[in-house]
Design a protein around this ligand. Structure first.
Ligand SMILES: [Fe+2]
Length: 287
């Protein structure tokens, strides 16, 4: 292994993995070196660019703490997270599609009765969300759990604002015997991903905006079914086709239907005007 050349350096490095005990570690390291070397060859990486890359990753590391994960943000904004999610969540057509969990999930939200309001007194336009959870043949799934969380009308999650009540805009709901669920909330807003670190710098360098289209997060689970992490997106949002983290799926874009009826609003326990959203989730039985 002396006098290595452009042509044989990759093979020489890969050969050093020959005795790796774990076959998956060997496969991943071999492929990683192959692709990284191919990248360096393709762009003919300069000394200065190599150092910039090292410093970029170092700055990303320095941004990370128990609340902020700049490397996940980097993975998200380069589409790596979504590619990984698609590969790991292949589902038959008709089953509710998976999309990105995001960094704002907090476990421990309260289980609430049907039609409870997860927004409390947070200002915003009221929304009533309802529908069913079924299996792929349309049979209701009773007692399915919907774990719901979302940003406010200003585009912030509770954990981002020290003055917002803990677990605000979060709640858990169970389906009834007919597989029905219903809850009240407020219409979420689009929001920017954090732009004060190297990822924000990268987005600005390529002329990309930092916004995610408005959405409501769900984790659905039920005995005997595969759980699914997903989001419902607001039809008409200006960022549906340019989500900064590539998470939008057409099957998850829903109409927020506006109503102007004091009588209906009173029946739902919301102020007028208000929106309704109807969405049926389909879970895949465990194989
Ligand atoms: Fe989100």
């Amino acid at each position: 292994m002396r006098n290595l050349t452009e042509e044989n350096v990759t093979e020489a490095v890969i050969n050093t993995f020959a005795n790796t005990e774990n076959p998956r570690v060997k496969e991943i390291l071999t492929s990683l070196v192959k692709h990284l070397h191919a990248f360096v060859r393709e762009v003919e990486l300069t000394e200065e660019e190599w150092m910039y890359g090292i410093q970029f990753l170092t700055r990303a590391g320095h941004m990370c703490d128990d609340k902020r994960q700049e490397f996940i943000l980097l993975s998200d904004t380069l589409g790596i997270t979504t590619l990984k999610d698609i590969i790991n969540n292949r589902k038959p057509p008709g089953v509710t599609e998976y999309t990105i969990l995001g960094p704002f999930y907090v476990s421990g939200a309260e289980e609430m009765p049907a039609m409870a309001n997860i927004a409390g007194d947070t200002p915003g336009e009221p929304v009533v969300i309802s529908g069913r959870v079924t299996n792929p043949s349309g049979q209701p799934i009773a007692n399915a759990l919907l774990d719901v969380w979302q940003a406010s009308a200003e585009g912030f999650y509770d954990v981002q604002l020290p003055d917002q009540a803990e677990l605000n805009l979060r709640g858990k709901f169970r389906t009834d015997a007919e597989g029905r669920y219903a809850f009240r909330t407020i219409k979420p807003s689009f929001y920017p991903i954090p732009g004060d670190g190297p990822v924000g710098q990268m987005l600005r360098a390529v002329g990309r905006h930092p916004y995610r289209p408005a959405h409501i997060h769900f984790i659905l689970s039920a005995d005997g079914y595969e759980a699914v992490t997903t989001e419902l997106f607001v039809e008409g949002d200006p960022y549906l086709d340019s989500d900064a983290v590539f998470g939008v799926r057409g099957s998850l874009v829903v109409d927020f239907v506006q109503h102007d009826s004091a009588e209906k609003a009173a029946r739902y326990g919301v102020t007028n005007p208000f929106y309704t959203v109807e969405y049926d989730f389909v879970l895949q039985p465990l194989s």
